[in-house]
Design a protein around this ligand. Structure first.
Ligand code: NAP
Length: 331
């Protein structure tokens, strides 16, 4: 039997590299899209696999961005759309963050409908940003049916709001497309909180925004101050695994899979580093502050997601230890 071929957009990204790695390990063929041939060649070399190939898709928002890539691969039957701007820094928030996210999603779906009618399953990497408001309401429990109340106009105010709006409105674009175009493919979304964890193929160059959170604490010196920051975390390997379950299981069709492992604070990250890496110079991390900061984190009920996925998530401590081990070893 010929193996299923899966298309992964933004294949060199932090999350997508793990998706590619796990797909190859499971015996799938993978076609990844990247922004340049040099990025594609690098990923090809890292995968060490004949079952990986790449297509160059330089910009998400160019009209027909995915058309040629899909025309060249009639063997693809699953499309995982992970590519989207993951940055809070831009001079033009709408042009550089919001629109590429929305248009990228629309372009991917339109190309599938027009040039790849054999594609049956589509998984889009959305975000918790589309689910929960930025400020937590301690009385509120967010679940798979929750939506961030942010408006498009609010998204134009700064980089963080632009990213949040980009994820919400890119996801809404999926449902508009389904309503208007009535495609034959089935869609699932994956909605992770902050994604930590080691890089799929080792550290080579700058880390993405969320992996950089852990790296920034790992690089602190004894007298450095720990920023007051908290949130919820999920390990990147679980996020990758969820993308695969999302197209393998029929129960995931039309579902928003909300991925939340545990709450964290930067003090908590420092504590784990301190306890597990005796040679590190990272400050101890204030346990009381860690507990206090974690109280401000959103509450979730994601039992529906857990039932569909059917696997347990990697705990915070393990994820931090494995990320930091890789960081220190790469020095
Ligand atoms: P990442 O490492 O920055 O990967 C993003 C990917 O998208 C890269 O391949 C990047 O290409 C590509 N990309 C970005 N802007 C593009 C554009 N304008 N045109 C074409 N390609 C573009 O980030 P990640 O953390 O893996 O994120 C992957 C997905 O997960 C995103 O949809 C993100 O919103 C979502 N997500 C991430 C987190 C998190 O904490 N990391 C949490 C929730 C959801 P280059 O490498 O060439 O720039």
């Amino acid at each position: 039997m010929t193996a299923t071929t899966v298309f992964v957009s933004g294949a060199n990204g932090f999350i997508a590299s793990h998706v590619v790695k796990q797909l190859l390990e499971k015996g799938y063929n993978v076609v990844g899209s990247v922004r340049s041939a040099s990025k594609g060649d690098k990923l090809k070399e890292l995968t060490k696999s004949d079952n990986f190939s790449y297509e160059v898709v330089p910009t998400l928002d160019a009209e027909g961005a995915f058309d040629e890539a899909l025309k060249r691969h009639p063997e693809v039957t699953v499309f995982l759309h992970t590519a989207s701007p993951v940055t809070w820094e831009a001079t033009d928030f709408e042009k550089e963050i919001i629109q590429p996210a929305i248009k990228g999603t629309k372009n991917a779906l339109a190309a599938i409908k027009k040039y790849a009618p054999q594609i049956e399953r589509v998984v889009v990497t959305s975000s918790i940003a589309a689910v929960a408001d930025l400020q937590s309401d301690p009385k509120k429990i967010y679940d798979e049916d929750s939506w961030n109340s942010i408006t498009y106009e609010q998204g134009l105010q700064n980089g963080i709001l632009a990213y949040v709006a980009s994820k919400k409105f890119a996801e809404l674009a999926i449902y508009d497309f389904i309503k208007e175009e009535k495609p034959t493919f089935k869609v699932s979304t994956v909605q992770p909180v902050y994604v930590f964890g080691p890089q799929a193929y080792g550290i080579d160059g700058a880390l993405n925004v969320s992996a950089q959170f852990v790296n920034s604490i790992a690089q602190l010196g004894p007298s450095d101050k720990i920023t007051e920051q908290s949130g919820s975390f999920i390990d990147v390997r679980d996020v990758a695994k969820a993308h695969i379950v999302a197209f393998e299981k029929d129960e995931a069709i039309d579902q928003r899979l909300v991925l939340v492992s545990e709450p964290f604070s930067f003090d908590g990250i420092a504590r784990v580093i301190n306890e597990n890496f005796p040679d590190s110079k990272v400050p101890k991390g204030d346990l009381a502050k860690d507990e206090e900061l974690k109280k401000n984190v959103h509450n979730y009920n994601t039992s529906k997601t857990h039932k569909i996925l059917g696997f347990d998530f990697i705990p915070f401590e393990q994820s931090i230890i494995e990320s930091v081990k890789q960081i220190y070893e790469s020095k």
